[in-house]
Design a protein around this ligand. Structure first.
Ligand code: URP
Ligand code: ZN
Ligand code: ZN
Ligand code: ZN
Length: 467
């Protein structure tokens, strides 16, 4: 039995176009588009019509960087795949790519199996996995080939967190060489963790224990240095490189320079770096702990370079790095020692709205909003055109977005399983109204109508941003 649905009268916005069009959905996929009011559109017949007059009709967001239930600093990120994907849907995101973690001494396969077990049957929206490679050896290099073949086509490495997730330059080079052969994409956490650990120890010895010192020791220059080193290692290996959570203007400059040289290097930033700053980290009464993440928030002056990078395509993607820890009982583990504050911030529900606010504020165009939040992450991680666009044949992952509705972000009203909002009290224009995932309702006129287990694991092809 076929099911047909038509969304009429909205402004369809993709990375490529803006057109007033009706969208016909059949059996979970986009079947056709036609300019509203034309005979072609009138000819669409369906059991159900959604009126999107005055609204945008956009592809569901693709968040290429989340950490549901991630173990960190002796605790776990507070969103499960169930709560985190539900919150993502509330915020107009219909696909996440989460990070499976290799335990030190363990096989990649074990880590991947563990992440499948956490996610399977629990997700409201579709999901894929990257693999965190924390231990590069001859076995894990072989496993990388197998993972690429089965749709885990990207691997995160850490130049930070010595003794935990850290890889040295030799391990990084080997993994990059392997990726150059098997088509995998190396995603780099670029901070010089060895140098940072020295500065952490010195700061604590001076009695500098407050959250704001997290920002001071994780210096912009040490992000830039690591970014530079990662770029050159990738160049030597002949591999493409994707630098995650870029926050420092000096790191953007390294990416811009490499791209001017013609190298296939890409950068992601996150809403927290675009909208928050070290002012938040310095909030009194340990409130700054809410904003502890790595790379850290930077002084406000860095934001202009990030916005510029997004406009000039020196930065290509905005993901959330959603890694929430409750203030009570989790962030509090670091009272008296900022280095014990679990690193990470909530945001999977806020990304599409904050970036729409950036459209309202004139930082980016409407099409660029969809490009950095939907289309490019889908291409970068091998999900396009199934995800990231509205075109015949694509999955009907569609958001009806009200660009005029006002909302105030707050922990009182958000759906993430965390006891604070990083954007508490922030007023933004624009709000998700209805969300479809493969043609099925997940949010219907601001009611959750989805279910855990609707979302399925989605294997990915290799990076499509290189062609
Ligand atoms: O602070 C962060 N970003 N936590 C999540 C882990 C990572 O490095 O992405
Ligand atoms: Zn219009
Ligand atoms: Zn990271
Ligand atoms: Zn992360």
């Amino acid at each position: 039995m076929s099911s047909r649905l038509v969304i009429r009268g909205g402004l369809v916005v993709t990375a490529a176009d803006e057109i007033h069009a009706d969208v016909l959905i059949e059996d979970g996929r986009i079947a056709a588009l036609a300019a509203s009011g034309t005979p072609a559109a009138e000819a669409f017949t369906a059991e159900r019509t959604i009126d999107a007059t005055g609204k945008y009709v956009i592809p569901g967001g693709v968040d290429g960087h989340t950490h549901m239930e991630m173990p960190f600093g002796g605790t776990y990120a507070s969103d499960t795949f169930e709560t985190g994907t539900r919150a993502a849907a509330w915020g107009g995101t219909t696909t996440i790519v989460d990070f499976a973690v290799q335990s030190v001494g363990g096989a990649l396969r074990e880590g991947l199996d563990a992440w499948h077990a956490k996610a399977e049957g629990n997700c409201a929206i579709d999901y894929g996995f990257h693999m965190i490679v924390s231990d590069v050896n001859s076995e894990t290099l072989k496993e990388m080939d197998l993972l690429v073949e089965e749709g885990i086509t990207s691997f995160k490495q850490f130049m930070a967190y010595p003794g935990v997730l850290y890889s040295d330059d030799g391990q990084i080079l080997r993994a990059m060489q392997r990726a150059a052969e098997n088509g995998g994409l190396i995603m780099m956490h670029a901070e010089n963790g060895i140098a940072i650990d020295v500065l952490v120890e010195q700061a604590l010895a001076r009695g500098e224990t407050d959250p704001r010192y997290h920002g001071e020791v994780r210096k912009a220059l040490l992000e830039a240095e690591a970014t530079h080193r990662a770029i050159r290692l990738a160049q030597v290996a002949g591999a493409p490189l994707y630098v995650v959570h870029v926050s420092a203007r000096e790191a953007v400059a390294e990416l811009a320079r490499a791209r001017d040289e013609g190298l296939p290097v890409f950068g992601e930033t996150c809403p927290q770096y675009l909208f928050l700053s070290t002012d938040n980290l310095a909030e009194p009464g340990f409130e700054g702990a809410k904003y502890v993440c790595s790379t850290p928030l930077r002084p406000k002056e860095h934001q202009a370079a990030l916005w510029k990078g997004l406009r000039t395509n020196d930065l290509q993607v905005v993901s959330t790095d959603h890694c929430p820890f409750c203030f009570t009982g989790q962030k509090e583990l670091g009272r008296g020692d900022f280095s014990r504050i679990p690193n990470g911030m909530p945001g999977v529900e806020n990304r599409m709205d904050l970036l729409h606010q950036a459209v309202v504020d004139g930082h980016i165009s409407r099409r660029r909003w969809i490009e950095i939040a939907c289309a490019t992450p889908a291409r970068m991680f091998g999900l396009y055109p199934k995800k990231g666009t509205i075109a015949p044949g694509a999955d009907a992952d569609v958001v009806v977005y009200d660009p005029h509705a006002e909302q105030v972000m707050s922990a009182e009203t958000h759906h993430m399983n965390v006891d604070y909002s990083a954007y508490e009290g922030r007023r933004v224009t624009g709000r998700v109204e209805t969300v479809l995932s493969r043609g099925e309702d997940v949010i219907t006129e601001r009611e959750f109508t989805g279910r855990p287990g609707h979302g399925v694991y989605t294997p990915r092809s290799t990076c499509q941003y290189l062609d």
